[in-house]
Design a protein around this ligand. Structure first.
Ligand SMILES: [Zn+2]
Length: 422
């Protein structure tokens, strides 16, 4: 029975992968609708033949990797349970820990370590692909260092969450999801507060803008939007990537706007001011707080569903998956698997909300800078430097796009340009 279930799970994963391969490489039509051909959103008007070909090719492979990686995680956790590895990790933890309180950290390190090993090949493929297409400029040691920081950061986070979670399960078999959710509120806010000052600097260097002339222009714009000057930062990314980006992060006194130095190196001042005005909208409209509120709301439902699914699974398949009791740490891979499935299932909704905020930010930015030519060319440059797809296939847009497609973004700007005669 166990081997049969394992076989079917692997088979299902392969069929799923084949479906997406067929969908992305054969079914999805990259051609632009007729009315967009020849417009400023048409990549044929601003990319050369080689860039066009590369961007299609690169996006297809990246999209495939995206759709494979999350279900691969589910498969991993499922097989860990099915073949009794979770039970083995627990036994190792029991036999090597002198004190009982060390058992969970040891169990967790084994599970994290194997999960890290299992996902490493896909992560490496993704990195080396990005390097082949000259998007990533990161050296292998630097990439590996980031992977290891990821590992320890995740381990540290789960080391705080997991013991509390299983303690709650033991205290209240029926309400642990609710108490867990209540505790997650201050925890989430605290992590969001620490993110820009403690976590992000582990990966990159952050500093005030180096170009003082540009800084003066940006701060003048920031003043117009009532953003304090000390909240604008530059980050050193040129050692890692060729692509361009800027973002808003942190809450409270740690809220800040961050510009990648690649963006500053490759765009003109007017283009940078448009990108900056876009970020300012996120800042002044407090999109991060809306995001946190939405996320907390969804996670309440998510934790309740996890509670229900875990109970159901252990009751129905407990024997095969070697979990006799939900409250036993051996059920942790099941918890991770269900959480990951729910997050994936919720992503069309969270992406939709994010795209709404992004559209607002684009509108705000063009109203503030009133320079559609700079705005359009900055998006064209963003497309070129990241070899991104202007018009992604529908499923890619639904599951992957936190921003509107470049087709939508550039078209909106072009409409503004025509309407305002600029
Ligand atoms: Zn944005």
């Amino acid at each position: 029975m166990v081997r049969k279930m394992g076989f079917y799970a692997v088979l299902a994963f392969c069929l799923y992968g084949l479906f997406f391969y067929w969908y992305l490489f054969y079914l999805a039509d990259p051609k632009l609708p007729f009315e967009y051909q020849g417009t400023k959103a048409d990549p044929a008007t601003f990319l050369n033949g080689r860039e066009l070909m590369l961007s299609e090719e690169y996006s297809k492979i990246r999209n495939l990797l995206f759709f494979l990686s999350t279900p691969f995680e589910w498969l991993f956790y499922f097989l860990i349970l099915l073949f009794g590895f979770s039970r083995v990790f627990k036994r190792w933890a029991e036999s090597s820990a002198k004190y009982k309180f060390l058992q969970t950290p040891i169990y967790l390190i084994w599970l994290s370590f194997f999960a890290f090993l299992a996902t490493l090949p896909l992560n490496y493929i993704s990195y080396s692909l990005s390097k082949t297409y000259h998007i990533s400029t990161q050296t292998f040691p630097s990439w590996m260092k980031d992977e290891l920081i990821d590992f320890w950061l995740n381990y540290g986070t789960w080391l705080i969450i997991v013991p509390v979670l299983y303690w709650l399960m033991k205290k209240s078999q029926k309400r642990w999801w609710l108490y867990g959710w209540l505790l997650s509120i201050p925890f989430t806010l605290f992590m969001m507060f620490l993110q820009p000052v403690v976590i992000d600097p582990l990966y990159n260097d952050f500093y005030p803008l180096k170009n003082k002339e540009l800084e003066t222009k940006i701060l003048a714009l920031a003043e117009k939007a009532h953003i304090p000057a000390q909240h604008v930062f530059e980050v050193n990314m040129a050692d890692k990537t060729n692509s361009l980006n800027a973002y808003v992060t942190g809450i409270g006194s740690n809220a800040r706007i961050v510009l990648w130095d690649t963006t500053l190196n490759k765009l003109t001042d007017d283009q940078i001011l448009f990108i900056m005005a876009h970020e300012m909208c996120h800042y002044v409209e407090k999109h991060i707080y809306w995001g946190i509120a939405g996320y907390l709301l969804i996670s309440l439902l998510g934790l309740y569903l996890t509670y229900r699914f875990m109970n159901w699974t252990v009751k129905r398949w407990g024997k095969e998956l070697k979990i006799s009791d939900v409250r036993d740490i051996r059920s942790l891979p099941l918890f991770f698997m269900i959480i990951s499935m729910l997050l994936f299932a919720a992503s069309p909704l969270t992406n939709l909300a994010s795209r709404y905020q992004e559209t607002r930010a684009d509108r705000y930015a063009i109203e503030m800078t009133k320079n559609p030519e700079a705005a359009i060319t900055s998006f064209q440059e963003l497309t070129r430097s990241g070899l991104s797809q202007v018009k992604p296939p529908l499923l890619v847009k639904i599951f992957r796009y936190t921003h509107p497609s470049m087709l939508d973004r550039i078209s909106m700007l072009e409409e503004y340009q025509i309407k305002n005669g600029k």
